[in-house]
Write a protein that binds this ligand. Sequence first.
Ligand code: PGA
Length: 265
Amino acid sequence: MTQRRPCVGGNWKMNTDRESAVALARAVANAAQEHKLEQHADVFICPPFVYLDAVRLELEADAPEGPTLGAQDVSEQPNGAFTGEISSAMLQDLDVEMVLTGHSERRHVIGETDDVVNAKTRSALDAGLMCCLCVGETLQQREAGDTDRVNETQVRAGLAGVGAHHLDSLVIAYEPVWAIGTGRTATPDDAQAAHAHIRALLADLYSPDLASGLRILYGGSVKPGNAAELFAQPDIDGGLIGGASLDAEGFIAICQAAAQTCHHA
Ligand code: PGA
């Protein structure tokens, strides 16, 4: 069985300005270095598109070992007449290594379908980017007892046509929509149950061995105070952090919790 390396991502969403984005990246990089986080965990940050280059320059100058640069979205198209879109190649041009696909705000606010999420996931992986595919149920779906069915549909659809050779570059994030930005967190048991279900599905889709090597992150109101108990669950391999990633100290405390707590194989 493969040992899974803890992984934590910071999703800054539509927050910061140029100056505060650069300062936040620097603070995260400095604290990561101080705590030698790169020895124990993968850390990535996803600033808004327009600040990626400024953040990249800051990290390159100051923290070559610092967090990996991620983007919050990516176009499924390689280039052409797609006003406002950003391609994988453009992101790679800025040294972006990771992209989020299927974030609930893109599914439920922007209206991305499973097909679009799948096309983006495949195109990012084909281009050589790492991809964090986000899935999760709404409150209504949870209350209707549909949590596993929704996650299963989103994972199956999101990974349609994704070959086993891409799994090294894939991370899944389970983010119950009702827990995102609400201060409500899934209980560790509920989160673990959803993660275990997703891992069993991945074992079915690929193989038990490949599934046991895949990182599944939890997202939804993770804070320094609740991170450790979530990350201690056997199938939770880190987190995707929204609000709490805007504070460098808190974000690094969450990364440390992952480094210390997730040692799952
Ligand atoms: P939150 O967001 O931590 O603010 O709940 C998580 C996410 O949307 O990835």
